[in-house]
Design a protein around this ligand. Structure first.
Ligand SMILES: CC(=O)N[C@H]1[C@@H](OP(=O)(O)OP(=O)(O)OC[C@H]2O[C@@H](n3ccc(=O)[nH]c3=O)[C@H](O)[C@@H]2O)O[C@H](CO)[C@@H](O)[C@@H]1O[C@H](C)C(=O)N[C@@H](C)C(=O)N[C@H](CCC(=O)O)C(=O)O
Ligand SMILES: Nc1ncnc2c1ncn2[C@@H]1O[C@H](COP(=O)(O)OP(=O)(O)OP(=O)(O)O)[C@@H](O)[C@H]1O
Length: 540
């Protein structure tokens, strides 16, 4: 029996049947009716999170095998284990036949359906899920999505949820987020907790890591959206083709009911061609794309933009706006809008999403006039001082384009994360000196890498671009980051623009395992005030 009741729980026999139905070939030991009847009240993949009655899902990884921690897991009260053949050996050696073990070949993949059975996730269970993937724009689009969902669902007395890089939220409740997309077991547990908190719909970032590591297994998306695909994460995916293939996995009928694909680039067109199920295309850059939905009549509105969303087939036209700077935020807002409009068009969720409510919210409730922490966050206006999360080549280009003003100099502070795709560093250095007037190369999260070497990667690209392009850009290397921010402010005149890129909402750097507290937004505001400039949070 699938668990459709409010309480979490399934017994080992039921779980094994569910895994068979999902296409796995589980072997349960010991072979005994008593093992089948062992009741599981929850699940955990991290040993530290195991609670009494849980299924412990032991996966193998680069650092360890979860089954290495079996004693701790038993001490914490685990009732059964789901693991691979190597894990079975480890459990049996350490604990004999004290608890049932379910053996499958692909544990990460089976973790989803197993947790779904325990926590009661089905294709139609609440909350309706809105997943967003793509290299850039996931966080912003999910914030926009949630804001629009809230405008539609709050009058119905329902709550909304959010899962992403910055936070996990259920109604008013907020939980700090450790990953962009949590592990499958944690996700199903969250779905269960969302249901208990009256959450009717949730917006969720889906990273390519999550897809590759099967974290979204056992989930079903009402609507999934694609933003764009440009260089990043090649340390994990190896090639852009593999990176594309990871993202494409989300847009299959088996995972997603409706796919909304932004077709502003070749990757978008290819994604739309390969997606299965109901596919809806969106064009946001004014290029003729024969898309279902097109953005037109983009006009400046405050720091952001107003725009029209037009449906090429029905002739419907919806005027809305975003307060966030940058053409890319029109794309993000349009994607969020079309995702909810398409959910309203689906017969599965007609009760929750009335199309007219969605249109009205878009036209009157200003759902895209929210601030997204550390995404194009304006700290001051004279000089213009902005904190942004751009940390790959495409995002840098778009962020620098967005903040460039007709007058004044553009001062940029940039670093790159250690132990992450090093091939993008020279490109990022070159973009920086081509697009800004004054570039200060500093540190991001070095993790275990030597910060000076990371800076050298950026500096090499920057120096090459200056030499080959005959550029007159001022280039400096300043570490630590607080000194780089101070230097940027010291160099700024009121008509200039300062962009701190790469760290956005982050509040500490990981330097060889040590946390160095630094919040770009606070540091920038403090330094600007010290120099007598006014900031938007008040004071000078
Ligand atoms: C590259 C990557 O994603 N690795 C993930 C993968 O690691 P892994 O395969 O090496 O596994 P492992 O760390 O050896 O752990 C195996 C098992 O042993 C357990 N273990 C392991 C070591 C230990 O000390 N104690 C312990 O209990 C683990 O809980 C797990 O059950 O599986 C682990 C457990 O499931 C994840 O924690 C780990 O994410 C690490 C922390 C990570 O940093 N991931 C990042 C890169 C990531 O996923 N980022 C994306 C966003 C990317 C972006 O857009 O920028 C995200 O969705 O967050
Ligand atoms: N649609 C877009 N296209 C290109 N660049 C974008 C887009 N939206 C945002 N950006 C840029 O990318 C940065 C990261 O944006 P956001 O956090 O929304 O994306 P993300 O996909 O969640 O990124 P990450 O996975 O790295 O957290 C922004 O700070 C901005 O500079």
């Amino acid at each position: 029996m699938v668990n459709l009741s409010g309480a979490a729980g399934a017994d080992v026999g039921t779980l094994a049947e569910q895994l068979v139905a999902a296409g796995y070939n589980p072997i349960v030991t010991p072979v005994a009716a008593t093992a089948d009847r062992v009741h599981l009240t929850g699940a955990a993949m991290s040993p530290k999170l195991v609670e009494p009655g849980d299924l412990f899902v032991a996966v193998t990884g680069a650092r360890a095998h979860g089954a290495d921690f079996i004693q701790e897991v038993i001490d914490r009260g685990a009732a059964a284990v789901l693991t691979d053949p190597a894990g079975v050996v480890k459990v049996r050696e350490a604990a004999g036949y004290r608890l049932p073990v379910i053996e499958v070949a692909g544990v990460r993949d089976a973790a989803g359906p197993a947790a779904a059975a325990i926590y009661g996730t089905t294709a139609t269970s609440d909350p309706a899920l809105f997943g967003v993937t793509g290299t850039n724009g996931k966080t912003t689009t999910t914030y926009f999505l949630r804001s629009l969902l809230r405008a539609v669902l709050t009058p119905q007395g329902r709550e909304t949820g959010l899962i992403g890089t910055i936070e996990i939220a259920a109604g008013q409740e907020r939980i700090a987020s450790e990953m962009t997309t949590p592990e499958a077991v944690a996700l199903h547990k969250l779905m269960h907790s969302f249901r208990g908190k009256n959450v009717a719909a949730a917006a969720m970032e889906v990273s390519s890591h999550a897809i590759s590591y099967q974290r979204i297994s056992g989930l079903y998306y009402d609507v999934a959206g694609f933003t764009n695909l440009t260089q990043d994460h090649l340390d994990l995916h190896g090639t852009m083709e593999d990176y594309f293939a990871a993202k494409a996995d989300l847009f299959r009928r088996a995972r997603t009911r409706t796919s909304v694909i932004t077709v502003d680039d070749a990757a978008g067109h290819q994604m739309a061609a390969e997606a299965t199920g109901h596919v809806v295309t969106l064009s946001t850059n004014g290029q003729p794309a024969q898309a279902h939905w097109e953005v037109s009549e983009v006009e400046p509105a405050g720091l952001g933009s107003a725009f029209t969303l037009a449906n090429r087939h029905t002739g419907e036209r919806i005027r809305t706006s975003t307060a966030l700077p940058g053409a890319f935020n029109v794309s993000n807002a349009a994607l969020a809008a079309v995702m909810v409009l398409e959910a309203a068009a689906s017969s599965e969720r007609t009760q929750a999403f009335h199309r007219q409510d969605v249109v009205e919210a878009l036209q009157t409730a200003q759902p895209f006039h929210i601030q997204v922490p550390g995404r194009m966050q304006v700290i001051a206006e004279q000089p213009a001082a902005i904190v942004d999360f751009a940390h790959n080549p495409d995002a840098m280009i778009r962020a620098l384009e967005a903040v460039r003003r007709p007058t004044g100099r553009l001062i940029l502070v940039i670093g790159a994360a250690g132990e992450r795709d090093a091939t993008k560093r020279p490109t990022m250095g070159a973009i920086a000196v081509r697009m800004a007037d004054h570039v200060i190369i500093s540190d991001d999260d070095p993790h275990g890498e030597d910060p000076a070497e990371i800076r050298a990667g950026l500096l090499n690209g920057a120096r090459d671009a200056i030499a080959t392009g005959g550029l007159s850009t001022t280039l400096e290397e300043i570490s630590p980051r607080a000194d780089a921010i101070a230097a940027a402010v010291a160099a700024a005149e009121p008509e200039d623009t300062i962009l701190l890129a790469g760290r956005g909402h982050e509040v500490h750097q990981d330097v060889a395992g040590t946390r160095v507290e630094i919040d770009d937004r606070e540091e920038l505001a403090r330094t600007l005030k010290a120099k007598g400039f006014a900031t938007l949070d008040g004071g000078a």
